[in-house]
Design a protein around this ligand. Structure first.
Ligand SMILES: Nc1ncnc2c1ncn2[C@@H]1O[C@H](COP(=O)(O)OP(=O)(O)OP(=O)(O)O)[C@@H](O)[C@H]1O
Ligand SMILES: [Mg+2]
Length: 386
């Protein structure tokens, strides 16, 4: 059996990647291997997608991956994966319930002989795992197991049996649950080593908002609270909530010119790196123009800048700046200026924070303009705590 490839830091337990961009950051490194996790969320929140990403990550590292499916057939799964451009080669797809399992004659009586107690379903899983010795296992989903178990007590015993069985092997297990049980499964939460909860909210306007929260994760200092994520063709990307205190960088706090001698004089030399400037004023007073002026001065010094446009169109901004004698086109062409138009209805706050972070960390932007903050706040409805 191949050992899972793990990241080892001294004094810390090894971690394995979830295969979901951003989720490892939320978990501060990934999942502890050989544990059992619960991934819960109402239907359509993206459980299967995360599970497939998790197994594909394993397969890419030459680990053995097993997908036990009760809810979808393997053909359906393959087709769904294909819409993301994924092949499921290297992943063992195991359809647990065939027509036999749904046969009314196979229902057992109320008085179970002890060997029947565990249920055929669970026994089949145990047999398959024993055969193929996978490193990563996904069980999709528990709600079907709950249905097949016929009564809550039996269901709980099955879950415990599964947990005990997996505890003895070096398998990292994801149990998916669609939260359809009436009582909200608290016991399930205590059985699992970690619980990740997904939810989606429909909004008055614009696309739905998807969020993820680590409910618990034993032995890991994870980043708490809700993190936005996007489910797009190509899979799920998580946008870890921005925690400013975690991102300190050294810089030279010497004021830099705004490009206007008078404004520099007023500001005592210009704008100081590492600070925020808020341009306030009624519409038409010249906020955009001032911001563009400061940015252009930075660009002319050879710095990199990013401009986020909420209010107006890209073409409007370019022409407006050009008529005022500030042609931005050469800077866009040289690649040092990135102007991004944001459709507020489509971008979640977390995604925007990640975009801004990448602008600074990856593209090295020394100037970031958000035009305007008002539009940004209005675009994120219900985000009064932003
Ligand atoms: N190719 C794709 N491109 C973009 N979005 C997609 C694509 N395929 C699926 N989706 C989105 O993913 C959602 C389904 O995700 P997924 O199957 O992972 O959810 P789930 O939580 O497993 O749902 P269920 O509880 O029904 O099994 C769809 O509702 C759709 O919004
Ligand atoms: Mg699913």
């Amino acid at each position: 059996m191949t050992e899972p490839v793990t990241r080892r830091t001294p004094g810390k337990e090894p971690r394995i990647s979830t295969g979901v961009p951003g989720l490892d950051d939320v978990l501060c490194g990934g999942l502890t291997p050989s544990r059992l996790y619960l991934l819960e969320g109402t239907p359509g929140t993206g459980k299967t997608t995360i599970a497939l990403q998790f197994l594909r990550e394993g397969a890419a590292r030459d680990e053995r991956a097993l997908y036990v499916t009760l809810s979808e057939t393997s053909d359906e799964l393959r087709a769904a994966a294909a819409t993301h451009g994924w092949s499921l080669d290297g992943i063992d797809l195991y359809e647990l319930v065939d027509e036999m399992g749904l046969d009314p004659d196979s229902e057992q009586s109320i008085l179970h002989p002890s060997e029947l107690e565990l249920g055929e379903t669970v026994k089949d899983v145990i047999a398959r795992v024993g055969e193929t010795k996978p490193d990563r296992v996904v069980f999709d989903s528990l709600s079907e197991l709950r249905l097949l178990a016929q009564n809550p007590l039996r269901y709980r015993r099955q879950i415990l049996a599964l947990k005990r069985f997996f505890a003895k092997r070096a398998c990292t297990v994801l149990l998916l649950d669609d939260k359809t049980s009436e009582t909200g499964d608290v016991q399930l939460h205590s059985i699992a080593h970690g619980v990740i909860s997904l939810d989606q909210m429909a909004r008055e306007y614009g696309s739905e908002r998807r969020r993820l929260r680590i409910v618990k994760m034993r032995g890991i200092k994870f980043s708490g609270g809700h993190h936005d994520f996007a489910l797009e063709t190509g899979g799920i990307r998580v946008f870890p909530r921005l925690i400013a205190s975690e991102h300190h960088a050294a810089f030279d706090p010497v004021a830099k010119s705004t490009g206007s001698a008078e404004l520099d004089l007023l500001l005592g030399g210009g704008l100081v790196p590492g600070t925020n400037m808020l341009l306030l004023g009624p519409s038409g007073v010249g906020k955009t123009t001032t911001a563009v002026r400061c940015m252009k001065a930075a660009l002319e010094r050879g710095e990199t800048a990013t401009y986020y446009l909420f209010d107006e169109g890209l073409a409007t901004l370019m022409t407006r700046a050009a008529t005022l004698g500030m042609d931005l086109r050469p800077h866009v062409e040289s690649g040092r200026l990135t102007i991004t138009q944001i459709d507020p209805a489509e971008v979640s706050p977390g995604e925007f924070a990640t975009m801004a972070r990448e602008a600074v960390e990856k593209r090295g932007s020394s100037v970031v303009v958000i035009d305007s903050l008002n539009a940004y706040l209005h675009a994120m409805p219900g985000e009064e705590f932003l």
